[in-house]
Design a protein around this ligand. Structure first.
Ligand code: FE2
Length: 301
């Protein structure tokens, strides 16, 4: 078996509004569209991923919250109805998720070996969270690849940013080792938004884009700074500045997804591709792709 590799890493934010605006058959509410910049960014991402022969999506979601350790979905299939508790008017999604169980178990084993507390979700009635579903749907709306979903253990909240960062670096490195030893060609998805202050009142028509804009200028400047780090290959500086970013923008990076992704990719020093930046109820969201194989080819060529 050839050694596996991460063929792409993606910052793949999960506002349920994006699925709502796409009107897929799985989602009950109907919309008139909206948030096109982000949705077209996901389209560009999908075109970019098309040639990479990926065989699995591995997603770390802020909305599967586990207090004791990091958990993975660990049954071959999960089916059900997932409803966003904040936006039940936008997201009531009928899902049928196939899981790459050998990779899920390999990630849990590598996490165990690294001293992390790992859990395996084997309750067939477990409801998959809207973060996992939205990110996977926007990246692969045909649902023709198996998924590995990883929970957030919230160490940033329960302990500190330092502990959270260390946990997520260890989990990212464990994920990479698991991908390599199982021979997978994996696309990794960090499901978080960037800045995360948001409006608290929804317009009568949720997709009325005359209401959509950045929450405030300081939050926007922070998002642009973080995106500039990504576009310039300064991911170690990005991680170093993350505690300030989290504090000043209430960033959803506090759930650890982006740190997990950076560690899994080995803290890339090559430029990332920003496919889109846009706001959803005022929060900052970017669709960003890291292409390790393209970077390697450019370096060797
Ligand atoms: Fe969220």
């Amino acid at each position: 078996m050839a050694q596996g590799r991460i063929v792409a890493g993606v910052l793949a934010p999960h506002p349920p509004h994006l699925v709502y605006a796409e009107n897929p058959p799985q989602n009950e509410p109907r919309s008139e569209g909206g948030w096109e910049e982000l949705r077209w960014g996901y389209e560009r991402l999908r075109r970019s991923l098309a040639g990479k022969a990926a065989d699995v999506l591995v997603v770390h979601s802020p909305h599967w919250r586990t207090t004791c350790g990091h958990h993975v979905l660990d049954l071959a299939r999960f089916q059900g109805l997932s409803v966003d508790p904040v936006f039940p008017n936008l997201f009531r999604f009928h899902y049928d998720v196939a899981v790459d169980v050998p990779l899920a178990e390999a990630i849990a084993e590598e996490g165990d070996r690294a001293g992390l507390v790992m859990g395996r979700m084997r309750n067939p009635d477990f409801r998959v969270d809207y973060g996992t579903l939205t990110s996977c749907h926007m990246v692969r709306p045909g649902w023709d690849l198996p998924v590995v979903a990883i929970s957030t253990n919230r160490a940033f909240y329960y302990f500190s940013d330092d502990v959270g960062q260390r946990e997520m670096v260890a989990l990212g490195e464990a994920t990479r080792r698991a991908v390599e030893r199982t021979g997978r060609r994996a696309v990794l998805l960090a499901s978080n938004s960037l800045s995360h202050r948001h409006f608290t009142e929804e317009p009568p028509v949720p997709e009325d884009m005359s209401h959509e804009h950045v929450f405030h200028h300081g939050q926007y400047l922070w998002d642009m700074r973080m995106l500039d780090h990504m576009r310039s290959g300064r991911t170690r500086q990005l991680i170093d500045e993350m505690p300030d970013f989290i504090e000043q923008t209430v960033s959803e990076c506090k759930e650890g997804c982006l740190t997990w992704l950076m560690a899994a990719l080995g803290f890339p020093d090559y430029p990332a591709e920003v496919h889109a930046y846009g706001t959803v109820i005022g929060t900052g969201n970017a669709v960003v792709e890291w292409d390790p194989e393209g970077a390697r080819a450019a370096h060797d060529g």
